[in-house]
Every structure is written in C-alpha cells, then in structure tokens.
Design a protein around this ligand. Structure first.
Ligand code: DAH
Length: 356
C-alpha cells in the first residue's frame, strides 16, 4: 500500500512541475496550486485515503504526504515570486518607454444628424440668395400658429394639423409658419428669411409621419415677387441638395395663409419614380408646400399688400433628409439608431440673426 502512495506522490510532484512551467500569470499559478494540493486536489484525496490504510502505516503515510505537500507549496511560492518580479519589470519598462510627446489616442468626434446636415445645406444655399436664418419658439400662441396665418378659430383648416394643446392655452407649434408673421413684425419689408425648427403633431406614427419632425420655413417679400420667383428658388434648393436636375411638379394645394397655394412634388428618390411604399406607389413625394403669401397674412404682419407681394414655403426637412440619404422610414431617423448618423459636415455661412 505504501509503495502505491509513494508512486502517487511522485506523480503529484511531476504534475506540480508541469503546472508551474505552464502558468503564465500569478492567478493561473494560484489556481493550479489549489487544484493540486487543495482538499479536492490530488494531495487532498491522498490525505483522506489515509484512513483506509492499516493503523501502523498511517503515521508514515501522513508524514510522506505532508512532506511532498510542503515541497510543492514551496515550489509554487518560488514560482509566484518570480512571476511577480517579472511583471514588475515589464511595468517599469513600459513606464520608462512612455513618450509624452506622442499624440494621444484618437477620440471619435461625434457626428451630425442627417436632418441637421440637410438643414445646414439649405441654410448655405439660401444664404447665397440673401436669406437670413431666424428662429422662433417651439411653444407658440394660438395667434401666431393659427390666427395671424388666416386660420381663425372654428376654421376647418385647423383640423389639418392635429395639435398638442398645453394647459396654459398655448400649443406646441404644428409648423414653422408662425415664424413668418414674427419675421414680418420684427424685420419689416423687404424680407428674405428662413426659419428651421422642430414641429409637433398629435399623429399616429408610420413610415412617413412622426409626432416630432423638422421643417424649414421660407419667406420672401418684396415688390413684384411672382410665382416664377417661387418656382425658381424651390427648384434651385432641390437641385443643389440632391446634386441633380430634379424632376418637380406643381399641384394646387390649399393653405389658408397662401393664395394661390401649391404642393410641390419631387420624384421619389427611394424608388426613382417607380413607386414604392414611401411614396405610396405614386413615384412622387410631397416635399415643398408653398404659395403666394395671402394679403390677410401680410396685413397681420403689418405689411401693405398693395405695395408688397411675397412667396412662402414650408419644407419638410425630415422628409428631405430621408430622400437624400435613402432612409425609407422616418422612425429610423428619430430612433437614435447610430446607423442613421453620418459624418459631420463643417458648418459654413448662415448663423441665426434673430431669435423671436
Ligand atoms: N405650414 C404648412 C404645413 O406645415 C406648410 C406650408 C404650406 C408652409 C404652404 C408654407 C406655405 O409657408 O406657403 O403643413
């Protein structure tokens, strides 16, 4: 029996040597050590088996096991010390190699949301045409959002825009058009302004409708402004943004603040005009509702309609971004999905000149 034990202990010593040479870290060493001499380890098992030996052999067996255990423990301690020393040396060496003059790691700089990128582009184009950027409040009064835009109380056109009403009688602006009247009041004619911003509607969300979306309002007022000016400016914006000679069409559209009013459609960029779910299979996308400013609105803005005329438009920035970047579902743009975020484009040109 004792011979068998001596044999087992020899095996344990060989196993210890093997584990020590294999271990690459102090942690690995510790694990190997407890595997070998711990209670459930080889030596632990041998110790428990002493009870099965004849009485007179037990003392000798115990002694032999403990001797091997002490040797192995010692071997592990030495190996651990060596590993610790080596890792200290590597740390010191790399600390000495640190060169403070080297550039640091590159930190990602973040990027611009597609809607913002399109907005900046339109601002730049319009700035070249002499338009300035203004900004109005997102919480609006009934007066600016409806009344002064020729939509009095009880007018059915209010139903065109499902509204988030606030407890204080104000509302979340349903469009950027209130900026038209604010601009007329504040700046007077002649006038070339654009007003980008967030708008809100109480709507059921689907692929092309969201409760929060971005518009860019445009207003030009001067003597002798005609529909020809309107169409020229609208087409220029679309051509520049989409880098091609865009196919557009003008349809009559009803908005109480313009007369005549139009829907300007452009060819769907998702399907190239073939028809797809985004353009509701028509091949066209309503992108630019517009028209000639209604005389009543000019009057609300304290401008004489006999002397001045003007055009206005309300561009769907979110929709334009979808077309430009080929995003077929508006919900992707608002989701914070990082795949919908593009690299930043340096901002140039326009700066907000007036905050209402
Ligand atoms: N305010 C309109 C909307 O949100 C868009 C619009 C239509 C703006 C015609 C205009 C315009 O300036 O002339 O649906």
């Amino acid at each position: 029996m004792l011979e068998q034990l001596t044999e087992d202990l020899k095996k344990a010593a060989v196993e210890a040597d093997r584990l020590i040479t294999q271990a690459k870290s102090v942690d690995e060493l510790r694990q190997a050590e407890s595997r070998l001499i711990g209670k459930k380890g080889l030596l632990g098992q041998l110790l428990t088996s002493i009870g099965k030996l004849p009485k007179e052999q037990r003392a000798a067996a115990g002694k032999e096991i403990n001797l091997t255990k002490a040797k192995i423990t010692e071997q592990f301690a030495v190996a651990r010390a060596e590993l610790e020393k080596a890792s200290d040396q590597t740390a010191t060496a790399s600390a000495q190699m640190f060169d403070p003059t080297l550039p640091g790691p590159v930190v990602p700089r973040g990027s611009v949301h597609p809607v913002t990128a399109v907005q900046w582009e339109v601002e730049d184009i319009m700035a070249r045409l002499g338009f300035v950027v203004v900004s109005g409040p997102e919480m609006e009064t009934d007066y600016y959002n409806f009344e002064a835009l020729n939509i009095p109380e009880m007018h059915p056109a209010r139903d065109m825009q499902d509204t988030f009403w606030l407890d204080n009688g104000w509302l979340l602006r349903t469009h950027t058009s209130p900026c038209q009247v604010r601009a007329m009041e504040r700046l007077g004619p002649p006038l070339r302004v654009i007003a980008p911003g967030r708008c809100f509607r109480y709507e059921t969300e689907d692929a092309s409708h969201a409760t929060t979306f971005h518009q860019l309002e445009g207003l030009m007022i001067d003597r002798n402004i005609s529909i020809a000016n309107l169409v020229a400016v609208m087409k220029l914006i679309l051509d520049e943004i989409l880098h091609q000679d865009m196919k557009i069409r003008l349809r009559p559209g009803y908005f109480p603040y313009v007369e005549p009013g139009f829907e300007l459609d452009m060819q769907c960029q998702i399907c190239g005009g073939e028809g797809c779910p985004t353009c509701k299979k028509s091949g066209w996308i309503e992108i630019l509702p517009c028209g000639m400013v209604h005389p009543n609105v000019l009057k609300f803005g304290r401008i004489d309609p006999h002397e001045y005329t003007g055009f206005a438009f309300g561009m769907g920035l979110t929709r334009l971004a979808m077309m430009k970047y080929g995003v077929s579902d508006i919900r992707v743009l608002n989701s914070g999905d990082l795949r919908a975020i593009i690299r930043p484009k340096r901002r140039s040109g326009a700066a907000i000149i007036e905050k209402f």
